[in-house]
Design a binder for this molecule. Structure first.
Ligand SMILES: [Zn+2]
Length: 261
């Protein structure tokens, strides 16, 4: 049996377990004989991850849930393959993510970015159950609370487990946030609300979907909120902005015939 390298009690992250970067963070949460996975990453790493889980002496039959934090290809492309290897588990997602996944919306899933020549396969799978804010997932003795945290993507979940928050693509250790892209369904006002919720919570640790886990830091959250607040009134993210005050200034200057100074 392979030694289990727990990040926190009951929590194993499979990149950390492997001591190398395989893709997005894949969290295994376990209690008693039961366990679940949050995200699975790309299809080509699924078998390696499942082998790793087996080597850590988890019974594949005892996987209860396979949860999609959101519908992005880099988080869920391997779901179809994972379900083949873990047939007893339930595939769980937010209703908005289910819509994207089951309608084959490749643009919203970041599987198709024509302008950048990005086009990756998205094997179809169906979501077994949807969850919403306030729902709980039970794993052995552990109860995990579902949070809706839209913004980066519609239907993005975060999951609270005691003092830990599996925080998805809301914020990363360096203060970056998940990509803001109109075609992806990003919503800056909703994003700000999600970040405020994390900032104001008593969660102590954030376990993001990319990069290392880190302490919940109000200053870091606040600087991201301030940045996104500015984006609401800037052209940087195009139609994701609420307004662009420069155009009002320009209108006024046009009417008054103001020359460049
Ligand atoms: Zn991501």
């Amino acid at each position: 049996m392979l030694e289990r390298r727990e990040l926190f009690p009951s929590v194993i992250e499979l990149n950390f377990q492997s001591r190398r970067r395989l893709g997005c963070c894949v969290y295994l949460i376990h209690s008693g004989a039961e366990w679940m996975l949050l995200d699975i990453g790309y299809e080509d790493t699924v078998e390696e991850l499942v082998n790793l889980i087996r080597q850590m002496d988890f019974s594949l039959a005892n996987c209860r849930y396979l949860v999609a934090s959101h519908a992005d290809a880099d988080h869920v492309q391997g779901m179809h393959r994972a379900k083949q290897l873990l047939p007893g588990c339930q595939l769980i997602a937010h209703a908005e993510a289910k819509k994207i996944l089951e309608s084959g919306d490749r643009i919203a899933a970041f599987a198709e970015i024509p302008a950048q020549g990005i086009s990756i396969a998205m094997p179809e799978f169906s979501v077994d159950a949807v969850v919403k804010d306030g729902d709980h997932l039970q794993i052995g003795q552990c109860s995990l609370e579902v949070w809706d945290t839209p913004g980066h993507a519609a239907g993005q979940l975060a999951i609270r487990f005691g003092t830990l928050l599996f925080s998805g693509d809301n914020i990363f250790r360096d203060g970056c946030v998940g990509g803001i892209d109109a075609h992806h369904g990003s919503d800056i006002p909703a994003f700000i609300e999600s970040l405020k919720r994390i900032r104001d919570s008593d969660v102590e640790w954030l376990l993001p979907s990319h990069g290392p886990a880190f302490r919940n830091d109000r200053g870091l959250l606040q600087s991201a909120i301030d940045r996104l607040d500015k984006y609401q009134h800037m052209a940087d993210f195009g139609t994701c902005a609420l307004d662009w005050p420069l155009l009002d200034e320009w209108e006024d200057e046009l009417a008054r015939g103001i020359l460049p100074s």
